[in-house]
Design a binder for this molecule. Structure first.
Ligand code: TXA
Ligand code: MG
Length: 324
């Protein structure tokens, strides 16, 4: 058996050889490639089935590496890094000229993040360079939150999967664009926006829904983070009617609802949702994966509370429910 140190050494060697290595972060599992190696990056895009103009996040070990990747870095970036790194925050900054187009999708900006996971940090430290890593799922599908999710999705394309157990946060990092006159959240995550605003010292805007962000952030395409079965997001009051509607159409529903709101006598694949948004997020993708693999034809999700702690969860559920 390899000791963890040996596994990290093996992962570093594979990255140096231009191979793909999957590693855990606190948000979701990443599919990593050497961010300075064009061939490794094209292998990465091919494995994911991702269009080449979509940028990937570069993962770093320390804030000290920021200036290797970005220029004209605003003071707010350093304040955010001090406040939230390592952690589930990705910053979009003006890229250095040396950053490959394959990383940025040819844009003038680069996404950077220091993840908060001991295995990711050990790997990044040993490797020394940036690791480009999108979530380790095929384009448009659910992000993986366990090593076995990655294994189920990729077989021969990924040389090594580092198993760090289930991810703590469970949904992808908050992405904040710092290249404009004021910070804009491109993708909400589980970091409370109020905390970000307190560190930045000003209000933070959200990218307008429907804004033309399709090339900037594929996570902002309407249908993304989706199971393979149709997913219906419905308010509590319409749950019973929706279950009946599916049954009438001959579709067996699987459901994700809170304990209290479930009253149907129909035999259903079911997951009981958590009341705490932090735990709900942690389990969201594995709950959806479970229902995607269960014996049901569609997935009904009870719409969670409308409070702001649930914003990122609503964002992912809406995308999962969008027509493909
Ligand atoms: O939590 C996370 O962010 C995970 C873990 C592995 O770190 N990564 C992740 O990567 O979610 P990915 O590629 O699945 O989503 C990254 C998002 C994409 O929507 C991408 O377009 C956006 O970040 N992005 C990356 N670079 C960008 C840039 N320069 N400008 C705008 N958006 C960017
Ligand atoms: Mg992704």
């Amino acid at each position: 058996m390899l000791y963890p140190k040996d596994i990290i050494a093996q992962a570093v060697e594979l990255l140096q050889q231009g191979e793909l290595v999957s590693f855990p972060t606190e948000t979701v599992y990443g599919l990593g490639a050497d961010a300075t190696n064009v061939d490794a990056l094209s292998k990465l895009y091919a494995a994911k089935g991702r269009p080449s103009q979509h940028p990937v996040i570069v993962h770093l070990f320390s804030v000290e590496q920021l200036s290797d990747w970005a220029q004209e870095i605003p003071p707010s970036a350093y304040r955010l890094a001090a406040g939230f790194w390592p952690g589930p925050l990705t910053m979009i900054l003006k890229r250095n000229d040396s950053v490959l187009d394959a990383v940025t999708g040819g844009q003038e900006t680069v996404g950077l993040r220091v993840p908060n996971h001991p295995i990711a940090l050990a790997l990044l430290k040993e490797f020394g360079k940036g690791i480009a890593a999108p979530s380790a799922n095929r384009f448009g599908r659910l992000s993986p939150t366990k090593a076995e999710d990655v294994r189920a999705e990729f077989t021969e394309q990924v040389s090594l999967i580092l198993d760090g157990g289930p991810c703590e946060v469970g949904i992808e990092s908050t992405i904040i664009d710092l290249t404009g006159p004021s910070p804009v959240v491109l993708r909400p995550g589980m970091l409370p926006v109020g905390e970000i605003e307190a560190v930045v010292g000003s209000a933070v805007n959200f990218a307008a829904a429907g804004a033309n962000l399709s090339t900037r952030a594929p996570g902002s395409l309407p249908s993304h983070y989706a199971p393979s079965k149709p997913l219906y997001l419905v308010p509590t009051a319409s749950l019973a009617a929706m279950i009946e509607h599916c049954c009438d159409r001959g579709e067996r529903p699987g459901i994700l609802t809170s304990e209290a709101s479930f009253t149907s006598d129909v035999q259903l694949a079911r997951v009981v949702a958590e009341h705490d948004p932090v735990i709900y997020a942690r389990r969201l993708y594995s709950n959806l994966r479970y229902l995607d693999n269960a014996s049901c034809d569609c997935i009904i999700v009870e719409s969670p509370p409308e409070e702001k702690e649930w914003d990122a969860i609503h964002d992912r559920l809406k995308r999962a429910a969008a027509d493909k």
